[in-house]
Ligand binder design. Structure first.
Ligand code: PMP
Length: 335
């Protein structure tokens, strides 16, 4: 069977400047990872993780790919894995949006939903659950994005060089979120060699322990909960490399969702909830600068998978998050 031509469309995503939001003295650019065929940055690691496992024999024809995923890694693995003929079995925490779960099932992946309200070490915690399934199932390959070096490698070899080229080798800072930490670790490795002056800024949902870790080195044993999907952690992922992070911002769900909605109104870009977190942190960082800087952040995934949440006034109202005008009112959203 020939390799699907679609795989060539993974990566090489466009970069667009934010021109209608207040970026202080800075120029802010968004890397539109939403334009990947599966709709998120995770298509990159879907391909790299599967091809690395095929290359070293951990994944054999007829095998099953197992993963714990907030949805997007599952979508990347399901897209690539199903086209390559593997069974794909995913463990998804129950806070994840219905659109992601329906999309996974439509691709032919099997989905096991588990609790969002338990932490690492609990048998129902999504990662422990997936690791157990992978151990018990013959022919299973545990993609294990939280520990798999093929995850950061995808960003070191594709995302990093793309950004550096697209910015014309003039770049001061990159604003990132951390889920598995793969994006940050891969970009850190790439820029440490290519352009060590590029700094990293962490965008972290309120409730995650990562900001405190960056600021004090302390690993808190108590985390909160947040509604933003795909970023923020209650532990320090093994592959995460936070050593290049110069500044960290804690962003509330309210700020994240307001920013995502403003981005659509002001720039016409429909991003997911974590895009809102990154944009809110990037705008704070840009507005705090006293000299002009060139900054990049990400539209991590498409907002179409959050239409029933972030872009649904009814849901926002039920969450107590509809502070601003409903979506049909354009006032105050620009600037
Ligand atoms: N945004 C979204 C929407 C995600 O799903 C993820 C990954 N879970 C991230 C950002 C974070 O990326 P990484 O895992 O590379 O830290």
């Amino acid at each position: 069977m020939p390799t699907p031509a679609l795989f060539k469309l993974i990566g090489n995503t466009p970069l667009v400047q934010v021109t209608r939001l207040d970026t202080g003295p800075c120029q802010l650019f968004l890397k539109l990872e939403s334009q990947n065929p599966g709709g998120s940055i995770k298509d990159r690691i879907g391909l790299s993780i599967i091809e690395a496992a095929e290359a070293d024999g951990r994944l054999q024809p007829g095998g099953t790919i197992v993963e714990a995923t907030a949805g997007n890694t599952g979508l990347g693995l399901a897209l690539v894995g199903r086209l390559k003929g593997y069974r794909v079995l995913l463990v998804v925490p129950d806070k994840m949006s219905t659109e992601k779960v329906l999309h996974l099932k439509a691709l032919g992946a099997e989905v096991r939903t588990t609790r969002s309200d338990v932490g690492k070490g609990h048998p129902d915690y999504y990662q422990d659950y997936a690791a157990r399934l992978a151990r018990e199932l013959p022919g299973a390959f545990f993609a294990d994005q939280f520990n798999n070096p093929a995850n950061p490698l995808a960003h070191e070899t594709t995302t990093g060089p793309e950004i550096w080229e697209q910015m014309g080798h003039e770049l001061d800072a990159i604003v990132v979120g951390v889920g598995s930490g793969g994006t940050l670790a891969g970009l850190t490795s790439y820029f440490r060699k290519a352009a060590p002056q590029v700094g990293f800024v962490l965008a972290d949902p309120k409730g995650s322990i990562l900001t405190e870790y960056v600021e004090t080195g302390r690993v808190s044993d108590t985390s909160g909960s947040w509604a933003v999907e795909g970023i923020g952690e209650d532990f320090i992922p093994a592959i995460a490399d936070l050593s290049g992070v110069r500044k960290a911002y804690t962003i509330t769900d309210q700020e994240s969702f307001d920013s995502a909605r403003s981005l659509l109104r002001a720039e016409g870009i429909l991003g997911g909830s974590s895009t809102g977190t990154l944009l809110a942190a990037a705008l704070k960082y840009c507005r705090e600068q006293t000299t002009p800087k060139r900054v990049v952040t990400f539209v991590c995934d498409t907002g179409t998978r959050y239409l029933s949440k972030v872009y649904n006034d009814g849901w926002m109202h039920d969450q107590g998050l509809l502070r601003r005008e409903p979506l049909h009112d354009l006032r105050d959203l620009i600037g």
